[in-house]
Design a protein around this ligand. Sequence first.
Ligand code: UGA
Length: 455
Amino acid sequence: MTLPRLSFLGTGYLGATYAICFAELGYDVLGVDVDEVKIATLASGRVPFHEPGLDDLLRRNLAAGRLRFTTSYQEAAGFADVHFICVGTPQRADGMSADLTYVESAVTNLAPLLHRRALIVGKSTVPVGTATWVEQLVAKLSDPALGVEVAWSPEFLQEGYAVEDVLRPNRIVAGIKSTWANELFRAAHKGVFDLAATEDRDVPLVVTDFATAELVKVAANAFLATKISFINAMAEVCEVAGADVTQLARAIGYDPRIGNRFLQAGLGFGGGCLPKDIRAFQARAQELGAGEAVRFLHEVDLINTRRRGRVLQMAAELLERPAGPAGPNLSGTKVAVLGAAFKPNSDDVRDAPSLAAAAGLAAAGAEVRVYDPQAMENARREQPHLTYAPTLTDAVEGVALVVVATEWAEFRNADPVLLGGLVAARRVIDGRNCLDPAQWARAGWTYRGMGRPPA
Ligand code: UGA
């Protein structure tokens, strides 16, 4: 059986990663975007964001002729049997609901140009009900004689592990309506199933209705966000009780019903997904009359935001600057913030707790110097008023406080003795609980972790 040809509409993080990885699996792939710069960058063999392993795969598959990029929807319509919608669904100005403009324009651009039967598979994270709306839009805009169909298949990839997550997913979920669509969807994922078979693994395919598929995605992200906020709530209690949340997390995580992953207390979750997804979920549930059912997500969000403020409070305590009526005053103090990306192995600074903490310290009057191994360019664009240091040593030179805000290996493995020789005072806030308190204390540092007793 010949493999179907695939197009990926939208070559942002999701679409570019999928296009490249599916070419690697042997498919003929076309990446489509209205952004000419993005398309030119990808076509020249450069990935416009940091994702380990992706650059090599891009170049290999461009060279093999399996992967091309275009700004032409006309070309996409003529080329592919399966079109994946991978455009963004950002947060609207209301700070809660999802903006579906890009989904609408991808469908509106493609559907009228189709001249043979095709399957349109939505991958973007969307409010429940969107797939049905897209199906109606496609029915209105495409030639009815063609029988174009829609499916919805959410994605679960994690930045920093995206190649592995796409090639070796732990499950594939799809809202599918007909046998024809089911067979074509499976053919479009044959490469993933075949790879699993050669490695003696199983990739479960969960076929559902549209609404369930859409909800699986937001439910998964809501659960992960809740798990992180749960452990951060425990961190707050640990702080006042003199307990250690890292030991607590380890101890509860041994229970397989709880599991030990996503129990890392610290500055909380950020990025382009978890924060916006839990808000959009609340907005959509409210619209549907089930707002009460997910009201706890509001609390999850509040706990998360509180962690960012806690760094400022801790800094004021450590620097012995009691808060005035307008909050702590840190003027005249130099602080290094290590990390700008929302998590390690990424250059993504969207809703990054690290930058929020840095901005909070700067707003309180501190002279803040930020360093990140990968995200400097994006950070500068996001927070232009902050000062950036080119290296870790430049960042910590002469500071009165070091804040570790993203757990990059460069910071986890940093030598506290060496850094101790560069700073003006040995104080460290470990915003990700990624350092060894005893090692830093031995090197003469006053150590504060999140939800841990002082060392
Ligand atoms: C998240 C989900 O994990 C993916 O499954 C999903 O596909 C993706 O969103 C999406 O919707 O596209 P991602 O945003 O890449 O993936 O990042 P995560 O690894 O989930 O981390 C999110 C945030 O939580 C980071 O800021 C991280 O530092 C924080 N985190 C994570 C914690 O504070 N504690 C933990 O224990 C784990």
